[in-house]
Design a protein around this ligand. Structure first.
Ligand SMILES: [Zn+2]
Length: 86
């Protein structure tokens, strides 16, 4: 197995997109995992799934420009203009 592969139970060290490769029942697909998580088992092939980092990415909450003290206010609803006046 090449370096950089992770198995269920391993700790996620880099937040980002991982390619999950299952034993046989499913084609490889992308998953998101955050640092500190553990890679989970597959419901179908158990520990016979491997993960490889595809694209490192910061969680948006920990990004210096997005995370932190920004208020999450809902967008204002646009007022509906009543039709009639020309
Ligand atoms: Zn599986």
């Amino acid at each position: 197995m090449p370096n950089g592969w992770f198995r269920p139970g391993d700790r996620v060290t880099v937040t980002g997109i991982y390619i999950a490769t299952h034993l046989q029942h499913r084609a490889p697909h992308d998953v998101f995992a955050a640092e500190g998580d553990r890679f989970p088992r597959c419901r179908r092939c158990g520990t016979r799934v491997n993960f490889a980092l595809s694209q490192a990415a910061s969680h948006i909450d920990s990004d210096k420009d997005f995370g932190g003290a920004v208020n999450n206010q809902p967008a204002k609803k646009r007022k509906k203009r009543s039709a009639g006046d020309g």
